[in-house]
Design a protein around this ligand. Structure first.
Ligand SMILES: C[S@@+](CC[C@H](N)C(=O)[O-])C[C@H]1O[C@@H](n2cnc3c(N)ncnc32)[C@H](O)[C@@H]1O
Length: 428
């Protein structure tokens, strides 16, 4: 039962303060519903808890909105995509990260578990026959050999070749096995696990490739056995930049999304193992281009300052005094999010809702009020009103601190991870 939401669509400076003083009323916090296994077939940074998607859908229905079509403009690994399909609602999703759209597509396509097991056995049989040829450039191979021991590299090359020859090009099962392949790359490499930054762990003993693949396939089989069967809902997942991607063919009833934060995750860097193995890029850094919140996409402040809205201007101005480079990257983020707010307006039908989960962060001691900025951007894009509340981030409560190397930790001396975020609901 949703109790209270606060209208924060007043003047922008006062909405700034009103957001700060909001209390979390528990409505959007933890849920005792166990998430479908399908949400765990591949790890993804900043994954949306599935119950938020279902609760947002319930909220819209209680508001009297008929839900035929829902979008997630930053769909990540497809949490909203799966939940919308489960509720037989059509879905349109977009993400710039090809690893995200691979996982999201796999999660939104029902794979018959028995057929999946038959293909797995064919892949295992072909594994004995294929060679370990990769046809990768020297640069790509060298980058991968930085992360993988030679034994694992060879086994992965054979596994990839075996998947390629065992499945037809356009089969949804092929994507499912590429997703399984992608899911085992961190455990079979020297990648430091549970870290939010790419880091080598020289002491780590990488796992055996075939064992990991078999375990992953068993997990996916049980996830499909437990998941909802195919239904009539239509799902479209697009790999593209939300700022200029072609709009969905029909207007949406609702958007449910969680935007990236300013310089908090470099998604392209975090998925470099998958991008290089699956051939999404020769150099994983190319995939940073256009990624909102990437620390490397700065702007020329002299030219762009005038385009920042009021909240962004204040933040960028305060940050400039402490760290001009960070101010340039933050400005880029805020300008991008202003364009995103406009696109949300244009994707929705009149009366539709845009639901956001967004947190504030801190950089060089300056508070980055991302939620207030988004509120202002939405109002300036034409939305009638924005309602807000806070939620407590429950899954990080056990490890609320983060060390400088990006690992979550219990130690009080390390950096506090934000433990609250906002729910913003914009009415078109
Ligand atoms: C907070 S995550 C979303 C996670 C998602 N809700 C889930 O459950 O997996 C933000 C996503 O925005 C994507 N992103 C960043 N810039 C983008 C852009 N310009 N266009 C589309 N997606 C973008 C990132 O790749 C990332 O997957």
């Amino acid at each position: 039962m949703i109790t209270q939401l606060t209208d924060v669509s007043y003047s922008y400076n006062s909405s700034f303060k009103r957001l700060d003083s909001l209390e979390s009323n528990g409505d959007w916090d933890l849920d005792d519903i166990v998430e479908s296994k399908i949400h765990k077939i591949h790890s993804y940074p900043a994954k949306f808890p599935a119950f938020l998607a279902t609760r947002a859908l319930d909220y819209a229905r209680r508001e009297g909105i008929t839900l035929k079509r829902v979008a997630d403009i930053f769909c990540g690994c497809g949490t909203v995509a799966y939940e919308a399909r489960r509720e037989e609602v059509d879905f349109w999703g977009c993400d710039i990260n090809p690893v995200a759209t691979l996982i999201a597509s796999v999660k939104s396509t029902f794979c018959d578990p028995e057929e999946f097991v038959r293909y797995r056995d064919l892949i295992l049989a072909n594994f004995e026959l294929v060679d370990e040829e990769t046809n990768f450039s020297l640069r790509r191979t060298n980058r991968l050999l930085y992360w993988f021991q030679i034994e694992q590299f060879r086994a992965l090359a054979r596994l990839r070749n075996s998947i390629n020859i065992s499945l037809p090009e356009n089969s949804p099962f092929k994507d499912a096995f590429l997703c399984a392949f992608s899911a085992i790359l961190k455990s079979t490499s020297q990648w430091r696990q549970r870290s939010t930054k790419p880091q080598l762990d020289p002491t780590k003993k990488p796992k055996d490739v075939l064992n990991e693949f078999l375990k992953q396939c068993s997990f996916m089989t049980s996830a499909w056995r437990a998941s909802s069967q195919s239904n009539t809902a239509k799902t479209e997942i697009v790999n593209g930049n939300i700022i200029d991607v072609q709009a969905p063919a029909e207007l949406m009833d609702m958007i449910i999304t969680s935007p990236p934060y300013v310089t908090s995750y470099e998604y392209a860097d975090l998925h470099q193992l998958s991008s290089l193995w699956l051939g999404y890029a020769e150099d994983y850094r190319d995939l940073r281009v256009g990624s909102i919140g990437s620390g490397v996409n700065a702007v020329d402040l002299r030219k762009e300052l005038k385009n920042l809205n009021e909240v962004a201007y204040q933040i960028v101005f305060s940050l400039y005094g402490k760290n001009p480079l960070a101010a340039g990257a933050a400005a880029r983020y805020y300008l991008d999010m202003q364009k995103v707010a406009k696109r949300c307006f244009s994707f929705l039908r009149p009366g539709g809702l845009a639901f956001f989960v967004i947190g504030d962060t801190t950089q060089n001691g300056v508070k980055l009020d991302n939620a207030a900025h988004l509120t202002e951007s939405l109002m300036k894009s034409g939305f009638r009103k924005v309602l807000a509340t806070k939620r407590t981030i429950s899954n990080k409560l056990h490890t609320p601190y983060r060390e400088n190397n990006g690992q979550f930790s219990q130690k009080k001396l390390s950096k506090m991870v934000y433990s609250e975020e906002y729910i913003l609901i914009a009415h078109r």
